[in-house]
Design a binder for this molecule. Structure first.
Ligand SMILES: Nc1ncnc2c1ncn2[C@@H]1O[C@H](COP(=O)(O)OP(=O)(O)OP(=O)(O)O)[C@@H](O)[C@H]1O
Length: 521
């Protein structure tokens, strides 16, 4: 296939809208990929197009779906993200790669399957959501195209949207999987059909409220500590609202650099600033008729907060570098894990925005205040994690369950999930788990105070780090816990053995928290 000149007939904006439209209704990976491939073919010809997904925990790359075009037999569908490979390099640097002479680039001893299939030129781009790399997209050619630069620009424009679409598709696959495994047992009243697992009366009330609020068109503010399920609840509100056939766009506010936030959210006109080579649709517009979820909204600058207030008041916005207003029918759900009164007093959160958002506030209580949820959540996660990772299940003895129920859970459900994951791995390696394992996994040296004295798990523990000490604020507890984990990982933040993985947080979120809590590494 020879490369033809890049047609500017269809703008990237039209392609993006078409992609978003496709993922807004139920779609399979292969039909999404075929549509993408067809839309790209309308712009220029290529010989191979492929998308890889990346799992940071296992550091494995897998095909999103079968590649389009030239067959490259030697490529294994799941492989390690080695830096010596094109995909591995893009994943480790988060930067695109363009190679115009594959045969020369890869030495003989490092034969590349692409070269063996007759391809000479390849370009690969990172697929990034909220600063986390979820995969790579590769486009390869038998002959170097003469419009290589224009093709590169095209992919640079479109890659962030492909990432968002793939993220949405995978999230909906996960939800479907959950429904498939749990609907059969949904006579069990402990599991909500929408994917929120609970037993407590407190969460029953939260779900009741969410169900009512979802049917209204008002903004919602979700409050709760980190890892309590604010993002999951926002997603549920969207999926039971009238907007469920349109897109849910999740924006993790602190993960986007302040200088880029406005154009990320509102889009920009061509030439609006240096580097704005073409116009771009923002995330607000991507969520047209759907829901925009602004996570950790109080971390935004006051200027950006006032622009969001404008959207709420006038249902319109302006792209950066454009003077005309674009009407938008997007529902805004916001969340924060900070104390809002304090944030308003400290001028971190605009009072007017808070009032506008707080038409309806849903507060998710921390896990330690609803211990009834711990057994049902634990059993659910053990099933889910052991199935997805092919690990044998564990039976939580009364003693182990007691330890889980009496822990303070500063990282809430995210931390519980992470602890159970580590226990599954420990059990797989040693063929058993006991209180010592649980203590080790939960950094119990400092967090053991809630385990009753009679519990065997405490017999050799030092109770000095008593987090029930009323003088200790939650922030202090969080700070102390993060410091402990960093000490344990010898300062390593990312990677499978890093603090972010142990705490069950995205790396960028952990770094943000460390900055906020004044923790230097
Ligand atoms: N009740 C629940 N049932 C099942 N899974 C849950 C529940 N609550 C939270 N989770 C899971 O726990 C993890 C953390 O939840 P989520 O990201 O929604 O928390 P969050 O409050 O938005 O956190 P943060 O403030 O750090 O953004 C996710 O994997 C989510 O699916």
């Amino acid at each position: 296939m020879a490369s033809k000149k890049l047609s500017r007939g269809v703008s990237t904006e039209v392609i993006i809208r078409e992609l978003v439209r496709r993922v807004s209704s139920p779609v399979s990976r292969s039909s999404f990929f075929q549509s993408l491939s067809r839309l790209i073919q309308q712009q220029f010809s290529f010989d191979r197009l492929c998308i890889n997904l990346y799992d940071p925990n296992s550091e494995l790359i897998s095909f999103f779906t079968a590649a389009e075009g030239t067959v490259v037999n030697a490529l294994s569908p799941t492989r390690k993200a080695e830096k010596s490979t094109v995909a591995g390099h893009v994943i480790s640097t988060k930067k695109p790669v363009i190679i115009t002479d594959l045969a020369q680039y890869f030495s003989e001893e490092l034969q590349n399957p692409l070269t063996e299939s007759g391809l000479t030129t390849t370009m690969a781009f990172p697929l990034i959501i909220n600063d986390d790399i979820i995969g790579t997209i590769h486009c390869s050619f038998v002959q170097e195209p003469d419009n290589l630069y224009a093709i590169m620009e095209f992919f640079l424009d479109i890659a962030p949207y492909i990432a968002i679409c793939i993220g949405a598709l995978i999230a909906s696959e996960q939800k479907e999987r959950w429904v498939a495994t749990n609907i059969a047992s949904h006579s069990d009243p402990k599991i909500s059909q929408e994917g929120f697992i609970y037993e407590s009366a407190k969460i029953r009330q939260v779900m009741k409220t969410a169900d009512r609020v979802a049917r209204l068109e008002i903004p919602v503010l979700i409050l709760g500590e980190t890892g309590t399920g604010k993002s999951l609840l926002a997603n549920i509100i969207h999926s039971i609202s009238k907007r469920h056939n349109n897109t849910f766009v999740h924006v993790n506010c602190p993960a986007i650099a302040e200088s880029l936030f406005e154009s990320e959210l509102f889009g920009h006109a061509k030439g609006a600033f240096t580097g704005a080579l073409s116009s771009r649709v923002g995330r607000l517009e991507l969520a047209q008729k759907g829901t925009l979820f602004l996570d950790e909204i109080a971390e935004l600058s006051l200027e950006m907060q006032s622009k969001i207030l404008h959207v709420l008041d006038y249902q319109s916005f302006q792209r950066v570098g454009e003077s005309s207003s674009i009407p938008v029918q997007t529902r805004i759900i916001a969340a924060t894990n900070i104390n809002v009164d304090k944030a308003i007093r400290q001028d971190k959160l605009r009072k007017d925005l808070y009032y506008r958002l707080s038409t309806y506030i849903i507060e998710i209580p921390p896990l330690r205040e609803r211990p009834e949820d711990i057994p049902v959540l634990s059993n659910y996660f053990i099933n889910e994690l052991s199935t997805s990772q092919g690990l044998p299940k564990i039976n939580l003895s009364d003693e182990l369950m007691h330890a889980l129920i009496n822990y303070y859970w500063p990282g809430n459900i995210r931390e519980l999930k992470n602890v159970l994951n580590q226990l599954l791995v420990k059990n797989f390696i040693a063929n058993k788990i006991d209180c010592n394992d649980i203590k080790e996994v939960m950094s119990m040296d400092t967090m053991n105070s809630r385990i009753p004295e009679k519990n065997n798990c405490t017999d050799d523990s030092d109770n000095s780090g008593n987090i029930d000490d009323v003088s200790m604020s939650l922030q202090e507890v969080e700070k102390r816990h993060i410091k402990e984990v960093l000490h344990f990982t010898k300062g390593v933040i990312s990677g499978p053995k890093g603090a972010a993985t142990l705490l069950g947080l995205p790396r960028s979120t952990l770094q943000h928290r460390m900055r906020k809590l004044g923790i230097t590494n």
